[in-house]
Design a protein around this ligand. Structure first.
Ligand code: SF4
Length: 404
């Protein structure tokens, strides 16, 4: 479903109240907003929860990526919304509830969904504090990333979509959450890379001010996580000291040549060797299980630079997994979504990676994770089939699974 997206029947959404997509960092859609029907645009849920149905599926939360051409369709079923693969009923479907605090507004007139959206069925507060990236254009932007294109699309649709979130707005929404919410357990601070300055602050100072303000006002209330660039250890200590528990310096793709091609900005400004060294160095600061770099599952098969076969792609990525996991670092992955305006999608029509790739990748991830007897990554909620809330890949669902 993450690979191919979801095709929503507008009737399945009509008359229901649920939390819709907040477009919290990327579009994660297979088609531009402008090409979505009025019934679907800004009306689709953030996630769906699959359950029951003819196969008696365990509860499984899946992030929503819109694609009207997908064979996976959410339509009205006998008991409410249901998931179909062509004509086959696969599962019943629930949409995420709207937290009570979503109905408030800040004193500056902003909505919580814009300032501090909630994802993973209420578990994670997602704070994209800088909604652009200074790696800009084909020569710098990561080739699979649509952060800048998402911002542009939201603005073109007339949505309020603050580029740099004021700390005061964030603190105000967090105070709503603090008062009313018992489901959210973590927050993530993230945003695009900063190669010059923003508001006269260099990258590390810019991001530091957010976590400092949050931890000062709400010390330890939620687990603090950061998705930012790979920084030197000397910079990381103050983040650890101020309260950050989990660090995500995303390495995106393991293969050396693909990193150069797909991450030109990261290559030019930091370099692959430095990036990898800094990930491993960060273990001294946060502890091995709290360094969780992401890679983009499936982008190794993208055209024109990627591997030609699933076996080569999985072999390369498994090599990276083994390297990091041998140091106690637990990489996680998101499922590549070839959004339309990314560099890759403008270079070639991108085939969706085959399902067998993800099955093989999950098998490798689990086998290496178990080989090094690593702990469940913190900050992702409960693991295992039927329990996991992480919604953009199945790595949390398979922890403890006794099958393959
Ligand atoms: S560093 Fe790359 S992946 Fe991260 S926001 Fe910038 S372009 Fe996107």
């Amino acid at each position: 479903i993450l690979r191919l997206g979801l095709n929503f029947d507008g009737k399945a959404l009509a008359g229901l109240e649920f939390k819709t997509k907040d477009y919290f960092i990327f579009t994660f859609d297979h088609v531009p907003l402008a090409e979505q029907s009025d019934e679907i645009r800004f009306r689709a849920p953030e996630e769906i929860r699959l359950k029951g149905g003819p196969f008696q599926l365990a509860n499984t939360i899946v992030s929503v990526r819109i694609d009207p051409a997908s064979p996976y369709r959410v339509a009205a079923g006998e008991n409410g919304p249901a998931l179909f693969l062509d004509a086959q009923h696969l599962a019943d479907v629930e949409f995420p509830p709207i937290p009570g605090w979503y109905n408030k507004t800040t004193s500056t007139g902003k909505t919580p969904g814009e300032i501090a959206p909630i994802i993973e069925w209420g578990y994670l507060i997602y704070l994209t504090v800088f909604r652009n990236c200074q790696y800009f254009g084909k020569d710098e932007e990561c080739a699979f990333c649509d952060i800048n294109h998402n911002w542009r699309q939201q603005r073109m649709q007339g949505r309020p979509y603050t580029g740099i979130k004021p700390i005061e707005d964030i603190l105000e929404v967090l105070s709503f959450i603090d008062e009313q919410d018992s489901i959210a357990k973590c927050y993530t601070i993230t945003g695009g890379s900063i190669v010059t300055e923003i508001q006269k602050k260099k990258e590390t100072d810019f991001y530091y001010q957010y976590v400092e303000a949050i931890e000062k006002k709400f010390p330890g209330r939620w687990m603090a996580k950061m998705v930012v660039q790979a920084w030197e250890k000397e910079e990381l200590w103050r983040f650890k000291d101020v309260g950050v528990k989990v660090y995500h310096p995303n390495y995106e793709v393991w293969d050396k040549e693909l990193f150069f091609k797909l991450c030109p900005g990261k290559t030019r400004f930091i370099g692959r060797d430095n990036w990898i060294r800094r990930i491993v160095d960060a273990v001294d600061v946060f502890g091995p299980s709290c360094v969780i770099p992401n890679f983009v599952g499936g982008v190794e098969l993208s055209k024109p630079y990627g591997f030609k076969t699933v076996a080569e792609a999985v072999k390369s990525t498994a090599e990276g997994l083994d390297y990091f996991m041998s140091h106690g670092v637990v990489p996680r992955f998101t499922t590549w979504c070839p959004e339309p305006y990314t560099t890759l999608s403008t270079l070639e029509t991108q085939p969706k990676p085959p399902l067998v790739y993800f099955l093989e990748l999950l098998s490798e991830w689990k086998q290496i994770f178990e080989k090094y007897e690593l702990p469940t990554p913190p900050g992702y909620g409960p693991p295992g089939p039927g329990n996991a809330v992480f919604s953009v890949s199945a790595f949390m669902d398979i922890i403890g699974y006794e099958g393959r």
